[in-house]
Ligand binder design. Structure first.
Ligand code: CTP
Ligand code: CA
Length: 225
């Protein structure tokens, strides 16, 4: 029988994809998180697998069904996501589509925080989470040949994303405008600008799977056989 997954321009390549939100516990019943459906990351993993890549899909807790034909690693927190990514290396390329929580609660409580009846408010102390994209981008040894980040912004999108690309050291940034009026957040479409070393290209608004297919094709142009 023909096995489509063993063929295609990315055959023999290993690609890491992060996706979904992370959940950072406050106590056993509460957490803080980013908004992320996991739809775009899932579509990217699916598209890469469709081109023959072996995909390791590191996903935070997303409602979205997991992509098929990929190795799924489920995590909860940013710290766990970083550990899973490190474990997943080496890779020929890595795509960081996850909406990682920037901060975790410094010391999450082992027991449920209770209202004490006095109206006193809890005070949460935060600690900054590791930057997974920057960590992998700046690796001296074992850096994937192509590292792709995302930048969801609400204003001055291209400038913020261009600065982000330089600061983190990734090769490409997929930038998009997630202002409420665009309706992108939580929707089935995306309008992105791909920013690279020598400029940028804006793609028309299209379905998230179409964005994923186009990105996978571009990745294949760079690392494919
Ligand atoms: N990212 C990551 N680890 C983090 C934060 C972000 O890997 N702790 C990745 C995301 O997956 C995305 C890229 O970095 O690919 C940009 O994320 P974003 O939240 O836009 O960047 P930040 O540096 O956190 O900046 P901001 O203050 O705008 O949130
Ligand atoms: Ca962030």
């Amino acid at each position: 029988v023909e096995d489509a997954l063993l063929d295609g321009p990315l055959r023999g390549k290993h690609i890491l994809v992060t996706s979904g939100p992370t959940h950072e516990p406050i106590d056993p019943v509460r957490y803080i998180a980013n908004r992320s459906s996991g739809a775009q990351g899932t579509a990217i993993a699916q598209a890469l697998a469709g081109l023959g890549a072996r995909v390791t899909f590191v996903s935070g807790p997303a409602d979205h069904p997991m992509p098929e034909g990929v190795d799924v690693v489920r995590v909860e927190t940013a710290a766990q996501m970083l550990a899973a990514v490190e474990q997943g290396l080496p890779a020929d390329a890595a795509v960081f589509a996850a909406a990682v929580a920037d901060w975790r609660v410094a010391s999450a409580s082992d027991s449920k925080i209770k209202k004490d009846g006095s109206g006193a408010l809890p005070v949460l102390e935060f600690a900054e989470n590791p930057d997974i994209l920057a960590t992998v981008s700046q690796k001296v040894e074992g850096r994937p040949a192509l590292v792709v980040g995302f930048a969801a912004e609400t204003d001055d999108v291209i400038n913020h994303a261009t600065a982000k690309r330089q600061r983190k050291g990734c090769d490409w940034i997929v930038a998009n405008d997630v202002s409420p009026e665009t309706g992108i957040m939580g929707g089935s479409e995306n309008a992105v600008t791909l920013i690279h070393n020598d400029g940028s290209e804006s793609w028309p608004r299209m379905g998230k799977q179409a964005v994923a297919d186009r990105l996978a094709a571009k990745i294949s142009e760079v690392i494919g056989g």
